[in-house]
Design a protein around this ligand. Structure first.
Ligand code: ACO
Ligand code: ZN
Length: 174
């Protein structure tokens, strides 16, 4: 069992931002700030209980980045699902990227890359076979970010978003 206190103090290495940003598992106290980042940066918003359920179920996949002043500037959250594998009918554990966002003034410093790679590592304990995500076909920066981490476009999901934009379904098999 991991206690909340341990979660709070768990520090992940943060590549080139080591001096500037702290990457750690989200806590209940952080949720309002996470929601604020989400609502400012993404049109896909969720109710409080949605974040809370993900935090309760998969805390290792729910990371935040905070600056020296303690301000939360980015988050990532994953959900783990049992579903048929892309390559076979076998049921496998898939990690589904629910959402990632970095506040506007903090981008292009490797924060998203660090959040992604650290969270993918820390959810390995669920014996993940596939990492999957959807991204707007127009979201060039995010697509580049995922491609840099070896995700490949697997298919297009038509009218995936509320405004009817298509999504790329991207996949990384391990
Ligand atoms: N233009 C081109 N490439 C970019 C850009 C950009 N504006 N931003 C990131 N990239 C690519 C680059 O290849 C970059 O590597 P480089 O800087 O060495 O060239 C690579 O992504 C990694 O960049 P990071 O600095 O790690 O990414 P950042 O911390 O800036 O965050 C993110 C990227 C999350 C896409 C950010 O722009 C953001 O929050 N956007 C708004 C929210 C969003 O679109 N989230 C993803 C939605 S999809 C989902 O949540 C499943
Ligand atoms: Zn999804």
């Amino acid at each position: 069992m991991t206690t909340n206190k341990e979660k709070e103090t768990k520090i992940f290495s943060a590549t080139k931002n080591e001096q500037e940003f702290l990457i750690r598992i989200c806590t209940l106290d952080d949720l309002d700030a996470v929601i604020e980042v989400n609502e400012r940066e993404l049109p896909e918003d969720y109710p409080y209980f949605f974040y809370k359920n993900i935090l309760d179920d998969f805390p290792e996949g729910f990371l935040i980045a905070q600056n020296k002043q303690g301000k939360i500037v980015a988050y990532i959250m994953w959900r783990v699902e049992k579903a048929p594998s892309i390559n076979s009918l076998k049921y496998v554990n898939k990690a589904h990227l629910v959402s990632i966002a970095v506040a506007e003034g903090y981008r292009r410093r490797g924060i998203a890359t660090t959040l992604l790679s650290n969270s993918m590592k820390s959810i390995k304990k669920y014996k993940i076979h596939e990492y999957v995500l959807e991204v707007r076909v127009s979201n060039y920066s995010a697509i580049r970010l995922y491609e840099k981490l070896d995700y490949k476009i697997e298919s297009t999901k038509k009218n995936y978003y509320r405004d009817s934009e298509n999504a790329y379904f991207m996949l990384l098999t391990v």
